[in-house]
Every structure is written in structure tokens, then in C-alpha cells.
Design a protein around this ligand. Structure first.
Ligand code: SF4
Ligand code: SF4
Length: 424
């Protein structure tokens, strides 16, 4: 499906029928199976930041797939065979789209409390693919995916723009930032959010890699680690983005691909890339916090202590779903002299509200802002001066929401803070 796909509200009656029939045949059966397994115990409700913030029953995790499952059941019942079951309407499609895209960040918090271990996040990911196949989904996500395929990144970071910006950052900071080295042990990737909005985090990564004496490079063949193909349900674009990084790593002979401060980029590359590609990856995939923690353990990175008080926001795809909860804390050990954990924290931390592509959806802003109040409350309760994280998408969500609320709490990136204190 191309970027010419429409929102449900713009479909003709014939298109509504065709989209609904195809959608139900693609995913209705598997969703019905999941909803059958659900005990209706309601334990997941309070685990979901969207329900916690809105109090609206439609935002409970268990409900997210129920309307589609019900329509599927009707369609395969005797009334459905006779063509007498109630029709799926334009409004139904719009409601399903909102449930699957706008009000799920695929954070996985509901799964850890579910007695049936129902993985709503994975079901939402496959349902998004079905939506994309029938031409539905938020326009901003489709556009971001198209840009990734056609221009190299969702924010227009073409290979030429990458080269220009690296040259500029290297000159401005009198720093060696290698691009397209013939051979390197480590391929470092970027998130275009960082390159376009937080360029100091690129400088920070380069500074830390150089301080540790790593043999590394960026590549203009495969540099963008965010994967809007995956987030928008566009499997072909998800694969293209993974292939670019894989080709770049194979070209340079890199044994390790390092994902920058971006949660979903890490999740896709670490856990889904080999399946999407259909072959094992010929390299190890590490999040930047994992890679730096390994360098610190090996005695290759040392830091001057940081005096202020800090609290750390665990990005869902790095901690809860990524398995790298302790690495950030190890990096902070002996560095942050006054580190204060949030409550809850680690694998149970609340999502920032912008994961799963929700930050990129303009129409989801009101709900996202409501969710961010949970984070502001968590941070305020720690009394820490500065909130840090290791995901550029969380950072963007926090900055945008903080601006909305005129919340002037200090925020920073873990990598930038470490780079400012590294002993060279
Ligand atoms: S994965 Fe996260 S956002 Fe989605 S339903 Fe579960 S708790 Fe809510
Ligand atoms: S916790 Fe699991 S079983 Fe209980 S309502 Fe939620 S999805 Fe269903």
C-alpha cells in the first residue's frame, strides 16, 4: 500500500465495505482468538497510561481489540453468511484506527500484569500491518514511512544532509566523526530526531566512542535506525530500513551495530530485524547504553562525578521490552552522586506517552498530553533537579508536552551528560 492511502473518514461506502472485509479476513480471526483468551479480569486497565490518564473504558488494553473481534464474530456467524449481520461502518473503522494507532504506544506494561500474558503490544503491531494493507492509518505515520523509504529518513535526513551535518558538527566541535570508513568494528547509527533536533547527542556519542578508543564509523548507506515502516504497519518499508543498516554493516565488516538513544529503533533492530529479513543478522545489535556500559566495565570509559540530583526515565523499548534496564544505572553508578529513582521505575516505569509512533501523530496530542501528567507527577515526587532519558523520541515527547504545560523542569540526555563528564 502506498502513501496515497486514506483515513477511514475519507472512504466511499464501497471502499468501507472492501476495507472492512479485507481487514476482518486478515486479522479478525487471530484477534478473536486473543480476546477469547482474555479473562475480563480488568487487571490491565490501571497498567495502561492511556486508561490511567483518561479514565475512559475504551482505553483499557483489553478493549483495544474487542470491537474488531466482535465484528469478525458477526461476519462468520450464520447471519454473516446470509449477509444479514450489521455492516461495519466508516465510524467503526475510524474507531478501530484510533484504538490501534493513537491510544497504544506498544509499551508492554499491560502484559506484565496480565494473568494470561496476553501480549497486546504484538497484536497491535500485527493489526497495524493489516490496517496498512487495506490502506488505513494516520497520515503522519504514512508520510514518515514514505519519507524513510524515499529520502532515507522520516525527517528528510538524506545521505547528503547526513554528510553535511556530520562535517558541520565535526568542525564546530573539533571532533573526529568518521563517516564511510572502509572497515570498522562498530557501525554507529543515528535517529534523525537527534540529528535534526538534538545534534549535541550525535556529538556526545562521537566523543564517548573516541574517548574509549573504539574503531567505529557512521555510514551513508545505512544510518537511520528509526523504523516508521514498522510503526505504521508497512512491512516493505520496515524491511528496506533494516536492509540498509545490514548492508552498511556487511560492507564495513562491523561486528556490532550500535543503536543510538531511540527505544523503538532498538526494539525493531534487536528483536524483530532477523525475522523481518528472513535470515540471522551477521552482527550483534546493542543499544548505546549497553555498548557504553561494556566499555565502562572494560575500564575504557571514566567519568568525572556529576554533582546535581538526577532521575532517569526508563524508555519502554529499552528497559521493559528491551532488557537493558540495568545498563543506564551502571553508567550512572559512581557518576551521579545524587541519583533518585522514580516510583514506579525500571521495567514498571510509566511510558512517556509518545512511543509506538504516537508522538508523530498530531491528532493524538491531547491524549498524549494527559498521559504526560503522570510523568510530571513522577518526576516532581523525586525532587530531582534534572530528568534524563536515553531515547530521543521520549525526549521529544517530554519537550513538546513540557512546553504545552509550561513545565520548566530541567531535562537532558544521558549520553550528552556522560559526554560532558568523560575523562579524555
Ligand atoms: S501496550 Fe501499553 S499502551 Fe498499549 S494497551 Fe498495553 S499498556 Fe496500554
Ligand atoms: S489483564 Fe489480561 S486477562 Fe485480564 S482483562 Fe486484561 S488482557 Fe484480559
Amino acid at each position: 500500500m502506498t502513501g496515497n492511502a486514506k483515513s477511514a473518514a475519507d472512504l466511499t461506502d464501497a471502499e468501507v465495505k472492501s476495507a472492512a472485509d479485507k481487514l476482518l479476513s486478515l486479522v479478525g480471526g487471530s484477534i478473536a482468538t486473543y480476546t477469547e483468551a482474555c479473562l475480563r479480569c480488568g487487571q490491565c486497565a490501571e497498567a495502561c497510561h492511556f486508561y490511567h490518564a483518561s479514565g475512559d473504558p475504551k482505553h483499557t488494553p483489553a478493549y483495544k481489540l474487542v470491537p474488531i473481534a466482535k465484528a469478525h464474530k458477526r461476519s462468520v456467524s450464520p447471519l454473516g453468511w446470509l449477509g444479514l449481520a450489521p455492516k461495519v461502518t466508516r465510524e467503526d473503522l475510524a474507531e478501530w484506527e484510533e484504538l490501534i494507532f493513537d491510544s497504544c504506544t506498544m509499551c508492554g506494561r499491560c502484559t506484565i500484569v496480565c494473568p494470561m500474558a496476553i501480549d497486546i503490544s504484538s497484536v497491535v503491531a500485527s493489526t497495524r500491518q493489516a490496517f496498512a494493507k487495506v490502506g488505513l492509518g494516520p497520515a503522519d505515520l504514512r508520510e514518515a514511512a514514505d519519507n524513510s523509504r524515499d529520502r532515507g529518513s522520516p525527517l528528510g535526513l538524506t545521505p547528503e544532509a547526513l554528510e553535511d551535518r556530520i562535517e558541520w558538527l565535526a568542525d564546530d566541535n573539533e571532533l573526529d566523526i568518521p563517516l564511510d570508513k572502509d572497515k570498522a568494528e562498530v557501525l554507529l547509527t543515528v535517529s534523525s530526531i537527534e540529528m535534526m533536533k538534538y545534534p549535541q547527542s550525535i556529538v556526545g556519542m562521537a566523543k564517548l566512542m573516541n574517548a574509549a578508543g573504539a574503531d567505529w564509523t557512521f555510514s551513508s548507506v545505512g544510518y537511520e535506525s528509526t523504523n516508521f515502516g514498522y510503526l505504521s504497519g508497512r512491512g516493505d518499508i520496515a524491511r528496506t530500513m533494516i536492509e540498509r543498516i545490514t548492508t552498511a554493516a556487511e560492507k564495513t565488516g562491523a561486528k556490532t551495530v550500535v543503536i543510538p538513544e531511540c527505544g523503538h529503533a532498538f526494539g525493531v533492530m534487536r528483536w524483530s530485524a532477523a525475522n523481518i529479513l528472513g535470515r540471522p543478522l551477521p552482527f550483534e545489535v546493542l543499544h548505546i547504553t549497553e555498548y557504553l556500559a561494556a566499555l565502562k566495565r572494560a575500564g575504557k570509559l571514566k567519568f568525572k562525578p556529576y554533582d546535581g540530583s538526577l532521575t532517569y526515565h526508563d524508555p519502554c523499548q529499552i528497559s521493559r521490552r528491551g532488557g537493558a534496564t540495568e545498563e543506564a544505572r551502571y553508567l550512572l553508578e559512581d557518576f551521579a552522586t545524587d541519583f533518585r529513582e522514580m516510583t514506579p521505575t525500571g521495567n514498571r516505569n510509566w511510558c512517556c506517552g509518545g512511543g509506538g509512533g504516537v508522538q508523530a501523530m498530531a491528532r493524538a496530542a491531547d491524549l498524549r498530553h494527559k498521559v504526560f501528567q503522570i510523568k510530571m507527577d513522577q518526576v516532581e515526587k523525586t525532587g530531582a533537579e534534572t530528568l534524563i532519558s536515553s531515547c530521543a523520541n521520549c525526549r521529544l515527547t517530554m519537550d513538546e508536552s513540557a512546553e504545552h504545560f509550561h513545565w520548566d523542569h530541567k531535562r537532558d540526555s544521558l549520553i550528552e551528560l556522560l559526554a560532558d563528564h568523560v575523562i579524555e
